[in-house]
Write a protein that binds this ligand. Structure first.
Ligand code: GLN
Length: 386
C-alpha cells in the first residue's frame, strides 16, 4: 500500500526545476528554466518598494486588487479590443501556474478529457490529472510545429470538456496563426468544449508575427479562459502574479477555487503590477527587439555548432535535435552538457507524454543577457571538439 495519494502516481517531479538544481550543483549556466537573468524595469521595482512602504502589506481582495484589475482590463481593451469587466471577468492568481490549475479544478469533472498539444509545457499533464481528468494528446510536428486538422478532429470525443492552448508555444515557439485558431475554435464550438489558453508569452513574437487571443474569435469569448501574467512580459517570474480572464459564470467558479487554494497573490506586487500594465507601446517594442537579438545570437550559434534547430516564431525557447553529436538519449545528453560543458538545458522527453518522441531533443532558453548567452556558446564550442 502506498502511503501517498493515487493522483501523485500519474506524474513525476518537474524536470525543468530539476535541471535548475543541477545547474546550481555543477555551477553551469542555466539555459534550462525560463527565467530572465536581467533586471526588471526600474519603474516597476520602484513601484513595488513604494507599495510596501505605503503599507499594502495585508491580503488584497481575493480575486485581485481593484487597481490591478482595472489596469488589466484597460490593457486588454488597448491591445486586443477585448471588453473585459474588472468586476466580473478577472481573477488574479499566484502566477499563470495557479491560474491553470485553478481553472481546471473549477471546470473539469472526473472522467472528462482534455486535449493538449504535444510537446507541451510540463505542468499541463499533472494539472489535468490532479483535476481528475485525462489528457488526450495531439502532436505538433516540426519544422513549423503545426497540427494535422484531421488528427485534432479525431481527438474529440463525447467526453472532451476542454482544450488547452498555449500560444506563443512553450517549448516549440509556435505562434498559432488565425487559420489554425479558427480550426480549433470551430471544433470546440462543435463539441461544446472550453478553450483554456495560456498566453504568458503574448508579447514575445518574432518576424512581424501577431499574437491573437482565441477569445477574440467569433463565438469564443463565452467558452474561453485566457491566462497570462507579469512573469515574462516584465521579467518578474518570482513575483507570482497571473490572471484568468473568463465570462462571469466561469470566473465565479475560478474565484472560489483560487480563494481556497491561495487566498490571493502578493498584495504589494499587485499594486506595483498596475504600473507595468500601464507601460506605453515602446516598452513592448523594445522588449521584442531585445528578444530578437537574443534569439539570433543563440539559435545561429547552435545551428553553426551542428544542432538541428527549429527557429522559434515566439516565446524564448528553442527546440533542437542533438543527434549530430553522437548521442541518442536526451537525459544522457543534458547531463553531459550540465556536467562536462557547463550549460543546463531541458531534456526533450519531459515535454512529451510519449517520451520517445522527444528522446533526441533538448530545449534551450534564451531569456538571458547577451553576455550569458555568449558565455554559454563559448562553452558549447567544446562539444564540437570532443
Ligand atoms: N515556464 C518556464 C519554463 O518553461 C518556467 C516555469 C517554472 O519553472 N515555473 O522553463
Amino acid at each position: 500500500m502506498s502511503r501517498t495519494a493515487e493522483r501523485v502516481r500519474f506524474f513525476t517531479e518537474s524536470v525543468i526545476r530539476e535541471m535548475t538544481r543541477w545547474a546550481h550543483h555543477y555551477g553551469a549556466i542555466n539555459l534550462a528554466q525560463g527565467f530572465p537573468d536581467f533586471p526588471a524595469p526600474e519603474p516597476l521595482k520602484a513601484a513595488a518598494v513604494q507599495a510596501i512602504m505605503a503599507d499594502h502589506n495585508q491580503y488584497a481582495i481575493t480575486w485581485g486588487s481593484p487597481r490591478l484589475r482595472a489596469a488589466i482590463a484597460e490593457k486588454y481593451a488597448r491591445f486586443y479590443g477585448m471588453a473585459v469587466d474588472p468586476e466580473r471577468h478577472i481573477t488574479v492568481c499566484c502566477g499563470a501556474t495557479e491560474c491553470m490549475i485553478a481553472t481546471l479544478l473549477a471546470l473539469l469533472n472526473p472522467g472528462d478529457e482534455v486535449i493538449v498539444f504535444e510537446p507541451f509545457y510540463e505542468n499541463y499533464g499533472p494539472d489535468t490529472w490532479i483535476s481528475g481528468a485525462r489528457p488526450v494528446y495531439v502532436p505538433l510536428r516540426p519544422p513549423e510545429w503545426t497540427f494535422d486538422p484531421d488528427e485534432l478532429a479525431r481527438a474529440f470525443s463525447p467526453r472532451t470538456r476542454a482544450l488547452i492552448l498555449n500560444t506563443p508555444h512553450n517549448p516549440t515557439g509556435h505562434v498559432f496563426p488565425e487559420a489554425e485558431l479558427r480550426i480549433i475554435a470551430d471544433l470546440c464550438q462543435r463539441h461544446d468544449a472550453y478553450v483554456i489558453t495560456d498566453e504568458i508569452y503574448e508579447h514575445i513574437v518574432y518576424d512581424g508575427r501577431r499574437h491573437i487571443p482565441i477569445a477574440t474569435l467569433p463565438g469564443m469569448w463565452e467558452r474561453t479562459v485566457t491566462i497570462s501574467g507579469m512573469s515574462k512580459s516584465y521579467a518578474v517570474t518570482g513575483w507570482r502574479i497571473g490572471w484568468c480572464i473568463a465570462p462571469e459564470d466561469l470566473t465565479n467558479a475560478i474565484r472560489k477555487v483560487h480563494d481556497f487554494l491561495t487566498v490571493g497573490a502578493p498584495a504589494p506586487l499587485q499594486e506595483a503590477g498596475a504600473v507595468a500594465l500601464e507601460f506605453p507601446m515602446d516598452y513592448y517594442e523594445q522588449m521584442r527587439r531585445d528578444y530578437e537579438r537574443r534569439r539570433r545570437l543563440l539559435v545561429e550559434a547552435l545551428e553553426e555548432l551542428g544542432f538541428e534547430v527549429w527557429w522559434p516564431q515566439g516565446a524564448y525557447y528553442v527546440m533542437t535535435d542533438f543527434r549530430p553529436f553522437g548521442f541518442d538519449d536526451d537525459t544522457a545528453f543534458a547531463m553531459h552538457l550540465v556536467r562536462e560543458i557547463g550549460v543546463a538545458v531541458v531534456p526533450g522527453s519531459s515535454f512529451y507524454a510519449r517520451p520517445e518522441r522527444g528522446r533526441t531533443q533538448v530545449r534551450f532558453a534564451f531569456c538571458k543577457r547577451e553576455e550569458t548567452l555568449q558565455q554559454a556558446v563559448a562553452r558549447l564550442r567544446r562539444l564540437r571538439n570532443r
